[in-house]
Design a protein around this ligand. Structure first.
Ligand SMILES: Cc1cc2nc3c(=O)[nH]c(=O)nc-3n(C[C@H](O)[C@H](O)[C@H](O)COP(=O)(O)O)c2cc1C
Length: 200
């Protein structure tokens, strides 16, 4: 399976090899690896160092896992059922005084998940983020205070055999990964005109 990014410029091997599988091996993840992932998320930058991220971690078979799984849309349940770990990512929407809105909380939560994702790759663990879940149900099941919002569910595990997947998911599991060209989103003077530095 060649899922490695075909890059125009050389990038870090962890960034190149990361992708979002749906087939996970039915094997628990070592606690130390999860600790490292969560430690990495902790060191993400955030606006005013507010660190608005909050994570609920579910290990297959425990109540947290079952609650997170219950919030997933049917499509995601079809494949995420194989993942040994599910993490619910949430964010606090107010700043330290609990009253002033933090306008950038969601950006910061996403960034901490990105850190987690790359640290996972270092230990040959794969992460698949999902927003196909019911955030209100998650808030209810985890009794979230009104200033805390669920953002995504993160499946974690070792790479599994694509043959275990529902047939409609096998094709994308094996397909080459695609991206837009940098000339479509890196500009200098004028929107829509590519910056010279991304010309290849
Ligand atoms: C915020 C976010 C939400 C996503 N939601 C879902 C989802 O609900 N179900 C799913 O199967 N994949 C989901 N994905 C995975 C994306 O489809 C995937 O990252 C994208 O196709 C690029 O593939 P790659 O991560 O393998 O490079 C999500 C990814 C992100 C970052």
């Amino acid at each position: 399976m060649d899922k490695e990014a075909k890059t125009d410029f050389e990038i870090h091997p962890l960034l190149k090899s990361r992708w979002s599988p749906r087939a996970f091996e039915d094997r628990p993840v070592e606690t130390e690896k999860l600790q490292r992932m969560l430690e990495a998320s902790r060191w993400a930058p955030s606006a005013s160092n507010i660190q608005p991220w909050i994570f609920f971690i579910g290990l297959k078979g425990d109540p947290a896992y079952n609650k997170i799984f219950e919030t997933l849309v049917e499509f995601n349940q079809l494949w995420a059922v194989n993942a040994p770990v599910l993490i619910l990512s949430c964010g606090k929407i107010t700043t330290g005084d609990n009253e002033t809105p933090n306008g950038i909380w969601q950006y910061d939560v996403g960034q901490s998940v990105a850190y987690m994702t790359l640290q996972a790759m270092e230990d040959e663990l794969y992460v698949h983020q999902m927003t196909g879940f019911d955030a209100l149900k998650a808030a209810e099941l985890f009794s979230l205070h009104e200033d805390i919002r669920a953002v995504s569910v993160v499946a974690v595990g070792s790479l599994g055999d694509p043959a275990m997947l529902h047939p409609r998911m096998q094709k994308s599991e094996l397909a080459e990964r695609e991206r837009k060209g940098m000339d479509t989103f890196v500009f200098s003077e004028k929107y829509g005109t590519a910056s010279d530095i991304v010309e290849i």
